[in-house]
Design a protein around this ligand. Structure first.
Ligand code: ADP
Ligand code: MG
Length: 264
């Protein structure tokens, strides 16, 4: 490389850094060599570089969205066994994975006993939405209520609500495990009614509808919450015994029939 070439590379690196084009910065020399051998013209070279920058930018944004969603674990549909859920509408699950319900601001309610895969499905749907460029946040209901109550005490409720209102999809996991206090239920109701028709909600619950008043504390609040949640809503029901229990049973049968089982 001649002295002027070295100087222009250094300058170019400086400019690319200022322009915040890190992928073009790291790839430009390699791609230049390749393009020279392949006889690609200047515009072709620029095209290749800008494509690389865009792909990498999108990958980083997707990573950020996943991180911001705060999923408790990473679950996808590949590891979901539909055979143990014969009554679950697989067609509907697959359709929902495409994410059109979010464009239409529709909700998803996942109802079923504990351990039947509701959280697994909710996370899978959430991860798919992140991949489609959507802003997602996963909360356990009790965690969100605590957050809301703390924010209210710190006079920070508005900021939290503004943050929530920027989401495309809010996942509320485990509505109904712990009865909420009156204030907690009201704050939660407020989030649900603000979300109504502005973003999508995925709610998982092991509670039959008739038991909701016990959790939300009042018939009026429950009626209004259910009304908003179930309007424009897809209902997925998981049935049967807990998957963990079935899994444990399968392992036990295997071990008692003489097969060795691996333990972690
Ligand atoms: P729920 O939220 O309904 O209580 P989870 O989604 O937490 O149940 O499921 C409990 C565990 O069992 C998780 O580790 C989950 O991945 C697994 N699981 C549940 N159902 C299935 C299924 N049909 N196929 C594969 N794993 C499942
Ligand atoms: Mg769960």
């Amino acid at each position: 490389m001649t002295k002027t070439q070295t100087k222009s590379v250094v300058l170019l690196q400086h400019h690319l850094k200022n322009l915040r084009l890190p992928t073009i910065l790291s790839e430009c020399e390699k791609v230049a060599v390749r393009c020279a051998t392949d006889n690609v013209d200047h515009l072709g070279y620029l095209l290749q570089l800008s494509e690389l920058e865009l792909i990498e930018r999108e990958r980083r944004a997707a990573e950020r969205r996943l991180k911001a969603a705060k999923f408790p674990t990473h679950k996808t549909l590949d590891t979901f066994d539909f055979k143990v859920q014969p009554s679950l509408n697989k067609l509907l699950v697959n359709e929902l994975m495409r994410g059109e319900y979010i464009e239409k601001r529709e909700n998803i309610l996942l109802v079923g006993n504990s351990g039947t895969g509701k959280t697994h499905l909710a996370i899978s749907l959430g991860i798919a939405a992140c991949g489609q460029g959507k802003k997602v946040r996963f909360y356990q209901v009790t965690e969100l209520i605590t957050h809301l109550m703390e924010a209210r005490e710190d006079r920070d409720l508005l900021r939290l609500k503004r943050q929530l209102s920027k989401l495309d999809l809010l996942i509320l996991d485990e509505l109904g495990y712990v009865p909420a206090s009156k204030l907690g239920a009201e704050l939660l109701f407020d989030v649900i009614s603000t979300a109504y028709e502005r973003m999508s909600l995925i709610v998982t619950t092991n509670l039959p509808f008739e038991n909701w008043p016990e959790v939300l504390g009042s018939e009026r609040l429950t009626g209004a919450t259910l009304d908003r949640l179930t309007h424009r809503c897809h209902i997925l029901e998981t049935a049967g015994e807990s998957y963990r229990l079935q899994d444990a049973k399968r392992r036990r049968t295997k071990s008692s029939s003489g097969e060795s089982i691996k333990t972690k």
